[in-house]
Ligand binder design. Structure first.
Ligand code: NAD
Ligand code: ZN
Length: 345
């Protein structure tokens, strides 16, 4: 019998997370129970830790947080076919409805009723996680639990990077956070010509250069126009991936794009973010907003790329036992780490 488990909970409506003992979730007929092995700390978890305005409006208390995980299936609901006990897995943390027009068209990632584990529903920072079987993504043997625990943000990177054809294109990525760095590795893997990644944080740019064969540019010190010229690019960038959520970065990206360029925006500006639309019109730029991962095409593509040589392992810079979660969060909150992984085993 499983009775109680350890979890990290947003218990109080203020800064911090608290280690608690909670009942192991009971599963319904369409769910599985997952024993969590590893979890990733996400920027979203930092917003929840900090209890900023977004978190206060969005997250109920008490709530077990966390949504990036890898583990194994230890219990299977009576209606579930095709999964077995002991199956190693990760999973999609967006819980979707099945009745909207979008879902019925198979565009599950566009379902307007999406709810997130660890944000709206009980999450993965726990020894056990209940998840609809629909959301489970089995892990092939060659994908470790560490990588399994960061497939959610890798999926953000893959979804954004594969929004536009990158083969032979010059790609600008603004923001060398973990997701921007992984997007750079993906752009390189699928055959972009030049991949330039910008940031204002030298630690992050150094990490970008270690993870992927890219051109890191510190825009606080270097002129992007000079970098473009030094690469021998005749015009601006063909494709932009905005991954900073920073207004100045988006402005700089629009400026650096070629006529007819395409921008995929994953970064979330903190508030309203004024845009010079006339520049976008006169440059005939296409902009696509990107939310989450395509369910499940992004998962298929990223696992396939990991199996054929995409290597993002060095983006994990720190590992902590869950007992040391406070140190893990402090590392992530410093803003200079890559991914931080917590060990629940
Ligand atoms: P992060 O905060 O770790 O990284 C953002 C980086 O942008 C930082 O390294 C920061 O120094 C850099 N930056 C700041 N100003 C800049 C500038 N002027 N030029 C270039 N870079 C600059 O974030 P992350 O976890 O890698 O996520 C990337 C973005 O994607 C965030 O905005 C996050 O909120 C967003 N996000 C969106 C989704 C979605 O579904 N749309 C999902 C996950 C994350
Ligand atoms: Zn995440």
């Amino acid at each position: 019998m499983r009775n109680d488990m350890i979890a990290l909970e947003k218990t109080h409506a203020r800064e911090g997370l608290w280690q608690v003992t909670a009942p192991v979730p009971e599963i319904g007929p369409d769910d599985v129970l997952i024993r969590v092995h590893k979890t990733g700390i996400c920027g979203t978890d930092i917003h929840i830790w900090n209890w900023d305005a977004w978190a206060e409006q969005t997250v109920p208390t008490p709530l077990i947080t966390g949504h990036e995980f890898a583990g194994e299936i230890v219990e299977i609901g009576s209606n579930v076919d095709g999964l077995v006990l002991g199956q190693r897995c990760s999973g999609e943390g967006h819980l979707i409805g099945k009745t909207s027009r979008q879902s019925r068209a198979g565009k599950f990632h566009l379902d307007p009723a999406t709810r997130g584990i660890g944000v709206n529903e009980q999450g993965a920072f726990a020894q056990y996680l209940r998840l609809p079987a629909f959301n489970v993504v089995p892990l092939p043997d060659e994908i470790s639990d560490d990588i399994g625990a960061i497939l959610d943000p890798l999926g953000n990177a893959v979804h954004t990077a594969l929004s536009f054809d990158l083969i032979g294109e010059d790609v600008l990525i603004t923001g060398a956070g973990p997701i921007g760095i992984m997007a750079a590795a993906v752009a390189r893997h699928v055959g972009a010509r030049h991949v330039v990644i910008t940031d204002v944080n030298p630690d992050r740019l150094r990490l970008a250069g270690e993870v992927a064969d890219v051109v890191p540019v510190n825009v606080a010190e270097q002129d992007l126009a000079e970098v473009i010229a030094s690469l021998g690019m005749q015009q601006g960038f063909d494709v932009g991936l905005e991954m900073s959520g920073n207004q100045a970065a988006l402005d700089q990206m629009v400026e650096a794009m070629t006529m007819g360029g395409r921008i995929a925006m994953l970064g979330i500006p903190p508030g309203q973010s004024p845009v010079d639309w006339s520049r976008i019109v006169f440059k005939a730029i296409t902009i696509k907003g990107v939310y989450g991962r395509e369910i499940f095409e992004t998962w298929y593509k990223m696992i396939a790329m990991l199996q054929n040589g995409l290597d993002v392992s060095r983006v994990i810079t720190h590992r902590f036992a869950v007992a040391d979660f406070e140190a893990g969060f402090a590392t992530m909150r410093s803003g200079s780490s890559g991914k931080v992984v917590l060990d629940w085993t």
